[in-house]
Design a protein around this ligand. Structure first.
Ligand code: FES
Length: 105
């Protein structure tokens, strides 16, 4: 288990405790955070879009090309911060990770 800090779309902060054998998207969904995750984590919908806090940017495994291609189509894409949360494995090294839910397209 590890801690995940989430800022929702209203600016409210949430501290979640989640298994480290899941994706960040699964941790968000399991805690009823409002992400659609329509494709179930297949990197096909971009409805699990989050911004990774700057201090964590270098600690999260970089995105694959298909993730960048998909998330960069979002109206709310922010280079260097935007990620698809289903593509981030929540490892023990990410204990304390901070993300913000991106606005919905
Ligand atoms: S859940 Fe569809 S891209 Fe992440």
């Amino acid at each position: 288990m590890a801690t995940l800090h989430v800022t929702d779309r209203a600016g409210k902060e949430h501290t979640l405790t989640a298994d480290t054998d899941t994706s960040v998207m699964e941790a968000l969904r399991d805690h009823d955070m409002p992400i659609m995750a329509a494709c179930g984590g297949c990197c096909a919908c971009a409805t699990c879009h989050v911004y990774v806090d700057g201090e964590w940017a270098g600690k999260v495994k970089p995105p694959e090309a298909d993730e960048i291609e998909l998330v960069s189509t979002s109206e709310y894409y922010k280079e260097g911060a935007s990620r698809l949360s289903c593509q981030i494995q929540f490892t023990p090294e990410l204990d304390g990770l901070r993300v913000t839910l991106a606005p919905e397209d």
